[in-house]
Design a protein around this ligand. Structure first.
Ligand code: MSP
Length: 484
């Protein structure tokens, strides 16, 4: 049994999830469910990054004196949101948990033992929102490129990690393993960064009570990024190394440079793959609190139904690249692809079987011409390459082929064996479509199964003619309501 351990970034706890956070988490969910369909042993980890100064500011703004109480309340909100979005994570890690603190302490001690930690003076720039040390080279017009604000000038005594000592080793690993960082554009970006000057990084900060105490100096706290990255080990429940880390391009360097170096120093295996996706914009604009255009995924669920959103974000954005979210685009896909294609196919198939076959699956075999329209191998390859948008398009091209099959065969004019063949072909195809859609739209898949009277199945059951004749079907409510 293959293992599939996938992670999302652990999100800052200062706010509730946006559609951007939901994007990465939904992709992780789809991949996990796909691996479960294959029969793999999966472990899907997500969680919260709580030891940041950002947490304190958010808690204070809301009048909390007890920051732990604040993070507890926020953590419940995140967990509830993921449940409502049908996210099937196996693990959830919070960086304020004792199990995490323990692993961070051990990890730091291992690196220290290797002689990779030294005390120094950091004088330079720091962006509070990235929680990151920046150089002049990182800035755009003097501003942090992600938060569009000037970084602070700081000068403090803290401890450094000898990142420079791992530069060649990390580079060699990336060059030897072409699939380690994907897509290629991001891999190239990391390679060119590593070929330039790589400075050591500070891994602790003085002057704060919030965070994990540095094992070698109780006046310092572990720098929040050093602490946060270790969640992938501390939350792994014995599954390390991860098969896949998912993240967006905003946190590329932490994951693709610092994290592998930390693991090498502490003597851990490296993750198998890091996939760095793009940014989701809203109607062409960056999503940000200051622009007031942050979209709550729960609001979208209420308005359009969850599976329509899961479908839209996966289909619309080429996974890896930047992409745009618009409610008009969502409505168009909901009306045309979900209601007119998938919903219609389910509805017309069930109506015909109820009317023409007394609500029972007739005894027949699936039309061979129609069978050829499903390219299962291609879908499997696309999923393997993480081209989720292509895989979904391929599944929908089979759905269109089924609708076309109805239009061409005109079953309303047929009788006897010919009619049975068409009805069986459609129901058998729907059974397979439902398996393939399960990772993307789990509750839609469940509804299709209920109507067909079949149980949830695995990928190996995506073979034609497995549907039992004589089984009773039951037409349900229409799957997707159109939105004007
Ligand atoms: N806490 C750090 C991550 C530590 S991981 C060891 C952090 N948190 S965050 O809350 O800012 O989350 C950033 C991540 O959220 C992105 O890398 C991405 O996975 C997801 N996204 C948030 N908004 C997004 C978009 N608008 N578009 C795409 N991804 C989005 O950074």
């Amino acid at each position: 049994m293959a293992k599939f351990y996938v992670t999302t970034p652990i999100y800052y706890v200062n706010d509730v999830p946006s559609i951007g956070h939901a994007y990465t988490t939904t992709i992780a969910d789809i991949l996990t469910r796909w691996h479960r369909l294959q029969g793999d042993k999966t472990f899907f980890l997500t969680g919260l990054d709580e030891n940041s100064q950002i947490t304190i500011k958010a808690a204070q703004k809301k009048g909390f004196k007890d920051f732990g109480k604040y993070t507890d309340e926020m953590a419940e909100k995140w967990k509830k949101a993921w449940k409502e979005l049908n996210i099937s994570n196996d693990g959830f890690i919070r960086t304020t948990e004792p199990r995490h603190k323990k692993v961070v302490t051990e990890f730091f001690e291992k690196i220290n033992k290797m002689g990779d930690i030294y005390k120094g003076n950091y004088k330079g720039l720091y962006c509070d929102s990235c929680e990151a040390y920046l150089t002049e080279k990182d800035l755009e017009n003097g501003l942090c490129p992600f938060h569009k604000k000037p970084p602070k000038q700081i000068s403090e005594e803290n401890y450094f990690f000898k990142l420079s000592a791992y530069k060649e080793k990390v580079l060699a690993h990336i060059e030897k393993n072409p699939g380690f960082i994907q897509p290629k554009t991001r891999r190239n970006e990391v390679i060119s960064f590593l070929k330039g000057e790589v400075k050591d990084v500070s891994v602790s900060r003085p002057g704060t009570d919030w965070g994990i105490t540095l094992p070698i100096d109780e006046k310092q706290k572990v720098w929040v990024w050093f602490d946060a990255l270790i969640n992938y080990v501390s939350g792994s429940e014995g599954n390390w190394p991860a098969e896949l880390h998912l993240l967006a391009k905003d946190i590329l360097r932490f994951h693709c440079v610092i994290w592998p170096a930390m693991l090498m120093s502490a003597g851990y295996e490296l993750p198998k793959k890091l996939f760095v996706h793009g940014f989701m914009t809203i109607n062409g604009q960056k999503m940000s609190k200051s622009l007031g255009n942050v979209i709550d995924p729960l609001y979208l669920k209420e308005k359009y139904g969850l599976d329509a959103i899961r479908y839209y974000i996966t289909r619309e954005i080429s996974f890896g690249e930047d992409g745009d979210f618009s409610e008009n685009g969502l409505k168009a896909r909901l009306n045309n692809e979900l209601a007119n294609e998938l919903g219609n196919l389910v509805n017309r198939t069930l109506v015909m079987i109820e009317k023409k076959s007394a609500g029972k699956i007739p005894a027949a075999k699936t039309d061979e011409g129609l069978q050829k329209k499903l390219n299962l191998k291609k879908i499997e390859e696309q999923m393997e390459k993480l081209e989720l948008h292509h895989a979904l398009a391929e599944i929908f091209s089979f759905i269109s082929a089924c609708n076309q099959f109805v239009n061409e065969k005109e079953p309303w004019k047929l009788k006897g064996k010919e009619l049975d063949t068409v009805l069986y072909s459609l129901a058998d195809s729907l059974r397979i479509i439902s398996i393939l859609l399960q990772p993307f739209m789990p509750s839609t898949s469940e509804k299709i199964n209920q109507q067909l009277g079949v149980k949830a199945a695995k990928l190996k059951e995506c073979k034609f003619n497995l549907l039992k004749a004589g089984a009773k079907v039951k037409k349900g409510e229409i799957l997707f309501k159109k939105v004007e």
